[in-house]
Design a protein around this ligand. Sequence first.
Ligand code: SAM
Length: 228
Amino acid sequence: MAGVLYIVATPIGNLNDITRRAIETLGAVDLILCEDTRTSQKLLAHFGIEKPLQSYHQHSALQKTESIIAALKEGKNIALVSDAGTPGISDPGNQLVAALTVLGQDIKIVPLPGANAAIAALSVSGFPTDKFVFLGFPPVKNKRQKYFEELLACEYAAVFYESNFRILKTLAEIDALNPDKGRRALVCRELTKMFETVYRGTVSEVAEKIKKDPLKGEFVAVFEGKRG
Ligand code: SAM
């Protein structure tokens, strides 16, 4: 019988956010695929899990994907994790899942839900979130304006990821294009970690607040939907 591929969410900071099911599954599979073996090794060591780890990322060779599919077909159970949060969400994972589905392989793929920075930010936004848009990371070079225009045109709350190096530049570019200066934004820094900070206000107010703190850590931003 073929094995199962488990897509396992891991914490985005606070290790207590791992689920019991994730710990049980990681402790039971034959192999764990991860982005950075050193990062995942630390997580596994924290929970006393000793399992073979193999790196797997978006640029992994087709050969690697094929050997994973072969192992699953032989009956091996495999878990896939990313460095943090939910695999496949601005993280590797989709490629392997796509390969398993597109090729019509008869292999079960099981999600183990858990932490995700975008959903955590939305949950404290206070904006209507019965519908929302996730835009991933803004492009670093080309097509930035197009991306921000798309963001500002959203009628629903729009959430995106950004690095500490670019968060202020990104907010300034959005503010310059934004005709509705009263539209609210929320930026979360280091969610679930020691220096967790939630900045609320208009785009320019949020940027001013961020400037007062050390520009360190990971950021996720939410914009309320277009008003009027
Ligand atoms: N798969 C992950 C998830 O489920 O959230 C996201 C991976 S993406 C490569 C990493 C980005 O997510 C970071 O650059 C940051 O924008 C955001 N992020 C991850 N952890 C975060 C945290 N603890 N606080 C704020 N943003 C975070």
